[in-house]
Structures are given as C-alpha cells and as structure tokens.
Design a protein around this ligand. Structure first.
Ligand SMILES: *[C@@H]1O[C@H](CO)[C@@H](O)[C@H](O)[C@H]1NC(C)=O
Ligand SMILES: *[C@@H]1O[C@H](CO)[C@@H](O)[C@H](O)[C@H]1NC(C)=O
Ligand SMILES: *[C@@H]1O[C@H](CO)[C@@H](O)[C@H](O)[C@H]1NC(C)=O
Ligand SMILES: *[C@@H]1O[C@H](CO)[C@@H](O)[C@H](O)[C@H]1NC(C)=O
Ligand SMILES: *[C@@H]1O[C@H](CO)[C@@H](O)[C@H](O)[C@H]1NC(C)=O
Ligand SMILES: *[C@@H]1O[C@H](CO)[C@@H](O)[C@H](O)[C@H]1NC(C)=O
Ligand SMILES: *[C@@H]1O[C@H](CO)[C@@H](O)[C@H](O)[C@H]1NC(C)=O
Ligand SMILES: *[C@@H]1O[C@H](CO)[C@@H](O)[C@H](O)[C@H]1NC(C)=O
Ligand SMILES: *[C@@H]1O[C@H](CO)[C@@H](O)[C@H](O)[C@H]1NC(C)=O
Ligand SMILES: *[C@@H]1O[C@H](CO)[C@@H](O)[C@H](O)[C@H]1NC(C)=O
Ligand SMILES: *[C@@H]1O[C@H](CO)[C@@H](O)[C@H](O)[C@H]1NC(C)=O
Ligand SMILES: *[C@@H]1O[C@H](CO)[C@@H](O)[C@H](O)[C@H]1NC(C)=O
Ligand SMILES: [Cu+2]
Length: 568
C-alpha cells in the first residue's frame, strides 16, 4: 500500500486534467426530483393503483450524452420501501448508487428519500432504469437514451427520429401480492395478463383499442427504435410487419449492423434497431410475444401490438398488416438471431476483450426444489420451488452487503462461492436422480482482485426443465465470447470462442440446455449483483454477488460512502 507523494500529486493532477477535459467536451450535469407515487391506471378493463415515478407508466426517460452526470433525488411517497437501479450504467467506483436492495443499499423507506449520483462513462446507446426491490420493477421503469458526446456522431446515418419501445407486462392483480403469495405457497407466481408495448397491450385485446401505442412515420425517413425488454418473466420475439430491422446496438454498445425480420430480446436487454419507412403508405402492426423454450413452463401467451402509421392521404386497410413471429418454443429462431450479434469493434468504438483469464468461474444456473412441511407446497410433488447458482440458492441479508463489506461487519455474507459446480453430473440430461434437486441456501459471494481478468461460464441445467436464462451483471459490461448446447467442455469449447468482435453486453441469454461464456477485466471496484433477469428466478435465488477489491491507489478504489444512505 505505498502511495508515494509523487504518485499522489500525479494522481490529483490526472483527476484535475480529467475534470478539465470533461468541461471542454461539454459534459453536462443534470438534477432531477423523482416522486414515487401510487397512480391509477386502467388496462384490460381493470383499474388499479400502481407504483410509478411521477405518476408515469412507463416512467420518465433520461436523455443524456456519453459521460454526463446525473443526480436523482428519489422521494418515496408509495406504499412499499423501494430502490432504483440504473441498468447497464457501470457506476465507476460507485456501487453506492447501483441500487439492488440488500446488495448495495437498504431500501428507501416510505416517506424517506435518497439521492443517486450517476456518472455515465463509456456507455453509448440505450440503457434503462428500474426498481430493484421485490417486484416493483413491473411498473417502475423507464428508458435511458445515451447520445454520442457533443461533436461526436453515430456510427450510422443520423436517424430522423428516435422512439423508445418498452416491452413490459400488465397484471390484473397486485404484482407485489402475486410474488408474496407465490413465495408463501412455494409454487409458480401467476402469469401476467398481457404483454405491453409502451404500457399498452394493443388492440388484439378487445378493451384497449383506444390505448394502442401508435407511431406516425414519414415515408423515406429512418427511425431508431430503442427497444428495451422491461418484461418480468419471459424472453420476447419482436417484429414489424413488412419491414426488416437493422440492429446497430445492444446494451449501450454498438454492433455491426444486422438485417433481420425479427429479434429475440431477453428481459434486461436493449436492442437499437433502425427502421426505414420505405413501404407503401399504410398501417403496419408491431408485435411482441413470448419466447419460452422450457417444456411445461408456463408463460403469458398473449401478443402485444402497436401500430406504425405512414403519414399521408390514403385509405388504410381495415386491419393493419401483421408480422410473422417465430413460434413460442422456437429455440432455433431465438439462437439464430442472438448468435449473429458482433461488436462494431471499429477505430472509434474499439473493444478490449481479454485474450486470457486469471480466474474462471464455472457455474450452474438451475431450477431446484426445497423440502416443504408435509409436502404441502405448490411446487412439484408438494415441494417448494427454488433456484440456484452452483447449487447455492441466494438469500438477501438484512444489512446490505456493500455496507457490511465497507464496515467489515461479520456474519452478513460468506466469501466461498465455489469456482466450480460442487458436483458434476450430466447437467443437460433429460432425467435426473431426485437427490440433485435440493440446493444449499445461503449468501455466498465471489471475491476477485482488482484488474484481474475474469471468465464466467454459465451452465444451464435441465433440472425441472431448462430454459433460456438472461444473466445480468451489475457494474460492468462484458464480452460474450462463446456459447453452445449441452455441457461446457473446458478443453474443446474455448477453441471456438470469438475473441475478435464479441458483443459487449450486460445481460447474456444462456441458451436452454446449454452454456454461455463471458469475459471482462475486473477494473471496477465494488459490490456487484449478478442474477437471472427472469424475476421469478431471481426471487427464488438464481443470484450471487461479485466483490471486486480495491486497487492500490485512490482512483482504483471504491469511492467513500456518501454521507446519507438509507438506513436498514
Ligand atoms: C409526490 O406525490 C405525492 C403523492 O401523490 C404528493 O402528495 C406529493 O405532493 C408529491 N410531491 C411532489 C414534490 O411532487
Ligand atoms: C419498510 O422498512 C421498514 C424498516 O425496515 C419496515 O419497518 C417497514 O415495515 C417496511 N415497509 C414496508 C411497506 O414494507
Ligand atoms: C430528504 O430527507 C431528508 C432527511 O430526512 C430531509 O431533510 C429532506 O427534507 C428530504 N427531502 C425531500 C425532498 O423530501
Ligand atoms: C463523477 O465525476 C466527477 C468528475 O469527474 C467526480 O468529481 C465525482 O466524484 C464523480 N461522482 C461519482 C458518483 O462517481
Ligand atoms: C372489456 O370489456 C368489454 C365490454 O364488456 C368486452 O367486450 C371485452 O372483451 C373486455 N376485454 C377484456 C380484455 O377483458
Ligand atoms: C393461452 O393461455 C390461456 C391461459 O393459460 C389458455 O386458456 C389459452 O388457451 C392459451 N391460448 C393459446 C392460443 O394457447
Ligand atoms: C404529416 O405530414 C404533414 C404534411 O407533410 C405534416 O405537416 C405533418 O407534420 C406530418 N405529421 C407527422 C406526425 O409527421
Ligand atoms: C413446439 O410446440 C409445438 C406444439 O406444442 C410442438 O409440436 C413442437 O414440437 C414444439 N417445438 C419444439 C422445437 O419444441
Ligand atoms: C436457423 O439457421 C439455420 C442455419 O442457418 C437454418 O437452417 C434454420 O432454418 C434457421 N432456423 C430458423 C428457425 O430460422
Ligand atoms: C447428457 O444428456 C443428453 C440428453 O439426454 C445426451 O444427449 C448426452 O449425450 C448426455 N451427455 C453425456 C456426457 O452423457
Ligand atoms: C490493468 O492491467 C492491464 C494489463 O496488465 C494494465 O495495462 C493496466 O494498466 C492495469 N490497470 C490498472 C488501473 O492497474
Ligand atoms: C472434451 O473435449 C475433449 C477434446 O475435444 C475430448 O477429448 C473430451 O472427451 C471431451 N470431454 C467430454 C466430457 O466430452
Ligand atoms: Cu432464469
């Protein structure tokens, strides 16, 4: 820990330079006050009070440029304790503003407030924000538009207009009660009653004709659809009738353009798609429905729609043209699309994928069951549904892990998250012996040294049916270097990794009965949640935490604790 005087001066000088650089480049600072309120909304003929930010569903959009700084004071006038998370924002050295409850903060209690301080860094494209406590994110979420820096341009012709397309769900019941009931009884939570596009189920639902999201386009212009999957529990197929999409970005980083008729997007992901309005003047449906590869796994089978209307004088068809979407269970269609994603990896948008690694964590992601008194639960054979990573079903502590780490409070978490599955079996078999179903329960984290190169291989298991799991890591974006069906083979599979232009993302879909490998450099010290973005799996424990230790200098260490953080 020798911080020399010279080193310190250089360091301070460096910081000063950075600050000046930011000023010259026109880095902006914004201040917002957000009010968590209960507001009344009607969908599918049912009216209910939902949690919102400033009364809006979906919530307000943040419009920022790369590198900007944002302060958001969140005042909780709702009926639940709440936290907000800035999904895909790396929060350099600053886990204090990341948001997951009991991981980096205790919730903002009803009547209290907390200011998130967010420095954007290398993100550029589309991200989003959402609540990160219980299931409140069902209605508490919104887009983050990150434009290029002042004077910089897009790596594609500037679109005429940019439109957020937020995929979500509508539940007739109260979402918080739905998950509380499911956890109490041990079974599946109720499905949502509709998929939504920008908060509207669309006119395939007879009640909501007036409430379909409509987008008016000028023939000949291009539109950037900033698509966000804010859905709770299902991957989604998405398409626009008669129009192909050109995908140019995902998760706040650019991609090599991909022309496609449909996309598959998991909860947690974003896709930036260019749509050229070059078809006959008419009305065209936009449609979204579930991709659900799991056998016997329930899903909301409804289709949400929105409408693209060409501006002009013409007689529209009585029903707009409808797009072709893959079948609900078409895993080929899902993987065909996602396997085409490649980083732009240009001179202006370079990538830096680790060619080797210091640490590999090979972790199963699995459904499980826990025993239930008198086999009286609603899960398989009266057991209680559960989920795990490396056979540990994660439980939130009652004091946040960040605080416990910072203040060295003992007994809150253990640092022995295993680097390998505790037992090897055919993870993707069709049949399993029943002794494999029960996980351990606990709060185990993985600790890594600052600046180490990390490879994580997620291995989906087929226990109680495999499905595509969108695994999300906070505090980082990572390179998705490889994937395959079956069990990962550490000798053979790394040979086929893409170390040239892998996509840089923050949420990776681990294919049903398969694996996915990611790499990153652990250069952001802090406490970072890693979890499945299917909300029921996260509620059941498909989570862990990555603690990245401090480096040797101030700029490579976590920021100090802000003066005011919500008490536990
Ligand atoms: C926040 O919302 C609550 C409940 O709707 C309202 O009483 C309060 O005045 C609002 N506060 C601000 C600052 O808008
Ligand atoms: C909010 O948190 C406080 C303190 O932990 C707790 O007493 C209260 O019951 C919580 N409120 C709700 C609505 O969960
Ligand atoms: C936020 O909480 C602090 C401390 O309790 C309080 O002094 C302040 O008035 C609150 N601010 C708002 C906008 O509610
Ligand atoms: C954000 O950046 C500014 C300027 O570089 C710095 O002073 C501030 O401490 C940073 N804040 C956070 C939350 O990282
Ligand atoms: C809404 O109510 C109308 C009139 O009662 C009915 O025709 C329609 O089917 C209902 N829609 C839904 C989605 O329940
Ligand atoms: C969709 O699901 C509902 C409820 O589970 C079921 O009644 C209906 O038949 C399903 N529709 C289709 C087209 O599969
Ligand atoms: C539709 O076109 C007319 C005439 O060109 C123009 O005035 C109007 O602003 C356009 N509307 C939209 C929503 O683009
Ligand atoms: C998809 O579901 C249909 C109808 O349930 C079934 O016939 C088909 O085999 C399934 N396809 C796949 C790839 O599982
Ligand atoms: C997936 O790609 C393969 C190979 O390109 C092709 O044969 C197959 O038809 C595609 N499947 C779907 C559903 O698009
Ligand atoms: C694992 O199970 C799958 C599905 O039954 C089978 O295809 C595969 O050969 C098995 N792998 C091994 C190593 O036994
Ligand atoms: C992290 O490691 C890389 C590769 O060894 C090195 O180039 C870089 O300077 C290190 N970063 C820090 C902040 O120590
Ligand atoms: C893994 O791949 C190696 C090299 O191709 C092969 O020799 C070995 O049998 C494979 N292991 C398994 C369990 O399939
Ligand atoms: Cu999952």
């Amino acid at each position: 820990m020798e911080v020399t005087k010279k080193g310190l001066i250089l360091e301070l000088f460096g910081l000063l330079l950075l600050e000046l650089l930011c000023l010259c480049l026109g880095r902006e600072t914004y201040h917002f006050n957000w009010n968590i309120t209960l507001s009344s909304y009607t969908r599918l003929n049912s009216t209910k009070e939902i949690l919102t930010v400033n009364g809006l569903f979906p919530g307000p959009a943040l419009h920022v440029r790369r590198g900007d700084r944002v302060f958001i004071n969140v005042v909780n006038h709702g009926n639940y304790n709440i936290t907000l998370h800035w999904h895909g924002v790396k929060q350099p050295r600053n886990p204090w503003s990341d948001g997951p409850e009991y991981i980096t903060q205790c919730p903002i209690q009803v009547g209290a407030n907390f200011t998130y301080e967010i420095n954007l860094s290398t993100e550029e494209g589309t991200l989003w924000w959402h609540a990160h406590s219980d299931w409140s994110r069902a209605t508490v979420h919104g887009p983050i538009f990150v434009y290029p820096m002042l004077g910089a341009s897009y790596p594609f012709p500037k679109p005429y207009s940019q439109v957020p397309i937020i995929l979500g769900n509508w539940y007739k019941g109260d979402v918080m009660e739905i998950i509380e009931t499911a956890l109490a009884l041990g079974g599946e939570p109720n499905q949502s009653d509709a998929h939504t596009i920008n908060g509207q189920p669309g006119d395939l639902f007879p009640s909501s004709k007036a409430g379909t999201f409509k987008m008016v386009v000028q023939k000949g212009k291009t539109y950037l659809l900033r698509i966000i999957n804010a859905g709770m529990n299902e991957d989604t197929f998405f398409a626009v009738a008669n129009h192909s999409l050109t995908v140019v970005g995902s998760d706040g980083a650019y991609l090599k353009p991909i022309k496609t008729d449909y996309i598959m997007i998991t909860p947690g992901q974003t896709m930036d798609c260019i749509l050229k309005a070059d078809k006959t003047l008419s009305h065209y449906y936009i449609a979204a429905k579930s991709y659900s590869g799991g056998e016997g796994v329930g899903y909301d089978n409804s289709t949400a729609t929105a409408i693209i209307e060409y501006n002009g004088t013409y007689t529209p068809p009585s029903t707009p043209f409808f797009p072709t979407l893959p079948d609900f269970n078409d895993t080929d269609a899902a993987t065909n699309y996602t396997s085409r994603l490649r980083s732009l990896a240009s001179k202006d948008h370079p990538i830096d994928v680790p060619k080797s690694f210091d640490i590999r964590v090979y972790t199963t992601i699995s459904m499980n069951t826990l025993p239930c008194v008198n086999n009286s639960c609603d899960g398989p054979n009266g057991a209680r549904l559960s989920s795990s990573m490396n056979n540990i079903s994660f439980r939130n502590p009652s004091v946040d892990i960040l605080q416990a780490y910072y203040k060295r409070i003992k007994g809150v978490y253990k640092t022995n998250f295993p680097n390998e599955p505790p037992n090897y079996y055919n993870f993707t078999a069709d049949q399993f012996s029943s002794n494999l179903s029960t996980p351990m329960v606990g709060t185990k984290v993985k600790v890594v040294k600052f600046n180490s190169t990390v490879e994580i291989v997620f291995q989906g298991t087929n226990l109680y049916s495999g499905e595509n799991h969108p695994m999300h890591l906070h505090g980082y974006s990572f390179y998705w270097v490889g994937w395959g069906f079956g069990n990962f083979n550490k000798t053979a599979d790394p040979k086929s990794y893409n170390l040239v232009d892998p996509p840089e993302i923050n949420t990776v879909g681990v294919p049903k009965k398969g694996w996915a490998a990611i790499r990153f450099r652990a250069d952001n010290p802090g406490v970072w949640f890693m979890h499945c973005h299917l909300e029921r799996h996260a509620s059941w424990g498909m989570n862990t935490v990555l603690i990245v230790k401090n480096g040797k200098t101030r700029p490579t260490s976590m920021r100090r604790k802000p003066r005011h953080v919500p008490p536990c």
